[in-house]
Design a protein. Structure first.
Length: 137
């Protein structure tokens, strides 16, 4: 399947979900990664006007979980996140953040992903790890 088709399908399943609420958009995919972006605005701010860590974690889990599904190329699996960690290294108050999920370990059932969250100038905002569980439908 072509990259544009994969991104269209991936973005299409986000309707009426948290990803749509946070305006997360999948923007690039390759053999070993999936990338999404999210606008940083008042919808995702904490009270002092910077990106909320929970919104960052939601972005990371969304792109990591989708990466399992997309990169496995198997429509007969279900994916569940079972643990996420996030280290927030820099704050941001406007623009976009970009999250890129790459595999650390891709087992038959358990996968471990690194998700780098960067700003528009490629400054590292957060680094996250996501453990997922893959099962047959």
């Amino acid at each position: 399947m072509k990259k544009e088709q994969v991104l269209s399908i991936t973005n299409g399943i986000c309707k009426n979900t948290l990803m749509e609420t946070l305006e997360i958009e999948f923007i690039d995919v390759g053999e070993t990664f999936l990338k999404a972006r999210m606008p940083v605005n008042t919808k995702v701010h904490q009270p002092d006007g910077v990106l909320h860590g929970g919104a960052t974690a939601a972005l990371a889990e969304s792109v990591g979980s989708a990466a399992v599904f997309v990169l496995n190329k198997d429509p007969n699996i279900q994916v569940r996140g079972i643990e996420i960690t996030a280290n927030h290294l820099k704050s941001i108050s406007k623009g976009y953040v970009y999250a890129t999920a790459t595999p650390i370990h891709q087992g038959k059932t358990i996968q471990l992903w690194e998700i780098r969250v960067e700003d528009e100038k490629s400054n590292l905002i957060s680094i996250c790890k996501l453990t997922t569980f893959k099962i047959r439908k």
